[in-house]
Write a protein that binds this ligand. Structure first.
Ligand SMILES: *[C@@H]1O[C@H](CO)[C@@H](O)[C@H](O)[C@H]1NC(C)=O
Ligand SMILES: *[C@@H]1O[C@H](CO)[C@@H](O)[C@H](O)[C@H]1NC(C)=O
Length: 467
């Protein structure tokens, strides 16, 4: 039950209680005195004809749904009160389906801005009170009568799916595909609910552009290969110097001109290239004072160890940049989200790389010091919690986001702490730049809990070494 429904019912119960407590006469008498000026909350009579029309509409809708089934014999009087919606009270003789006639007070509580429609109470002499509800549309009432048990869930999924299609411009080839996508969407709503229920941080999960995709389809938008644990990474162990002075509580390379705008890898498993260019953009800016965007497409086309849209590893990409001879600017070698012929031009190599360093695995303190001293860091992460991430500090249960299963390459650009004094809770976090465009997450960024290697955030931290 949502808040609005609860409020409506509480309001209705209060009204019913007040009347049932024998205050009815006084209530009406008081209302008659304020006939000429009807403030909010005042009661105003209206014509028997109007009342009969409204009662008829209401009874028609109830008949189309689950009832009760009455027809009007005679309307005596009616009044209308405006309190958080409109409460209409009609005094009438009604005939039930057994042709028995009853003198009834019918109360219709309408909140036109709410989808769930009207609450109706029948208080008939010597009869138990009957409550009913109808929506504003007869179609809805019909659906309800056919699908008593899951009508609401169906209606809601349908509505959410429709909104999703509009927001993300989804067009499906035919009805069959739409139905298949809707089934996936419904399943994903359950996953979203599960993520929200089990969240230990402050993150909210909800409908994203990936909401009609299976997890296999979603994984094609990441693209990080697993490291071969038996083999050396090829990187030198990073020398982590202690940050000189007091370690700041918060730090963000975005505020120091070291992070370019959020990019979008599109339908291509090229995260590894974006993670690496992000790292190099930061190092290059810190070295030269010039923030430039570097080309991922060059890596897709010219790095023959990695596999363009079918995934790759930052470890390989650093070596490839060294071998190719440097990186061109994004504007010179623009992104196409698919592999093409390599057309690297040596005279446009603006940054060169001599190798890379590998940060200590699973040590977030080392990562923090290294970040402060050197710049943004390329990391591998388990992207399970990212498919439906909408914002907040993400701290999923370990079993839902194993550190051994890194499948996405991203960029750590800073860190901070969220304080929730009312809950005696603080949430330290990493600020992570993603490559799914600025509409995803927090303007393209992900905040993930810092301190227990959540989703393997510090398992595969690396950085290029500029030549
Ligand atoms: C490489 O870039 C330079 C500078 O823009 C240009 O003059 C040259 O023609 C390019 N070479 C090729 C092979 O495209
Ligand atoms: C993690 O790194 C910090 C800073 O470099 C170091 O002092 C600490 O000993 C490391 N912790 C472990 C468990 O290796």
């Amino acid at each position: 039950m949502n808040l609005y429904t609860a409020t409506t019912i509480v309001a209705l119960l209060l009204a019913v209680t007040a009347i049932a407590a024998g205050q009815e006469q006084e209530f009406l008498a008081r209302s008659r005195r304020s006939l000429n000026d009807v403030p909010l909350g005042g009661i105003k009579p209206f014509s028997e004809k109007q009342a009969e029309e409204q009662l008829q509409r209401t009874l028609d809708k109830l008949t189309a749904g689950e009832g009760p089934h009455y027809r009007i014999a005679k309307v005596y009087s009616a009044s209308r009160q405006v309190v958080s919606g409109t409460l209409t009270r009609i005094d009438a003789d009604l005939v039930d389906s057994n042709e028995d006639q009853h003198r009834c007070i019918v109360e219709i509580w309408a909140q036109p801005w709410l989808a769930q429609g009207h609450d109706i109470t029948f208080k008939c002499r010597n009869q138990p009170v009957v409550r009913a509800r109808h929506s504003r549309s007869v179609e809805w009432a019909e659906k309800k009568s056919h699908k008593k048990h899951n009508h609401h869930a169906l209606d809601k999924v349908d509505h959410l799916f429709h909104k999703f299609q509009i927001k993300y411009g989804r067009r499906y080839a035919n009805t069959m595909e739409r139905q298949m996508r809707m089934r996936i969407f419904r399943q994903n709503l359950k996953t979203i609910a599960e993520l929200n229920e089990n969240e230990m941080g402050s993150a909210k999960y909800g409908i994203t552009e990936f909401a009609d995709m299976t997890s296999t389809e979603y994984k094609q938008r990441t693209g990080l290969w697993q490291r071969d644990e038996g083999k050396a990474t090829g990187g030198a162990p990073a020398v982590v110097a202690d940050y000189p002075g007091e370690v700041p509580k918060e730090f963000d390379w975005r505020q120091k001109n070291a992070v370019t705008q959020v990019k979008n890898q599109g339908q291509c498993g090229s995260c590894w290239a974006f993670s690496v260019t992000g790292n190099i953009e930061g190092l290059y800016s810190l070295k030269t004072g010039d923030l430039q965007e570097f080309s991922e497409q060059e890596l897709l086309d010219c790095d023959s160890v990695d596999s363009a849209c079918n995934g790759g590893l930052p470890d390989n990409a650093y070596k490839a940049i060294k071998d190719i001879g440097g990186l061109e600017y994004e504007s010179e070698y623009p992104y196409l989200a698919k592999k093409k012929q390599c057309h690297f031009n040596k005279t446009l190599a603006h940054v060169k790389v001599s190798g890379f360093v590998d940060l200590p695995h699973g040590n977030e303190t080392a990562m923090q010091h290294w970040l402060l001293n050197n710049g943004p860091i390329s990391i591998g992460i388990n992207a399970n919690a990212m498919q439906f991430y909408r914002g907040g500090v993400s701290h999923p249960w370990k079993v839902l986001c194993q550190k051994s299963n890194l499948d996405h390459g991203v960029l750590v650009v800073g860190y901070g702490v969220s304080d929730y004094p009312n809950f005696h809770k603080t949430l330290p976090y990493w600020i992570v730049k993603n490559s799914w465009g600025p509409r995803w997450g927090e303007q393209g960024y992900y905040r993930v809990y810092r301190g227990d290697n959540t989703c393997g955030v510090s398992e595969m931290a690396t950085s290029a070494v500029l030549a």
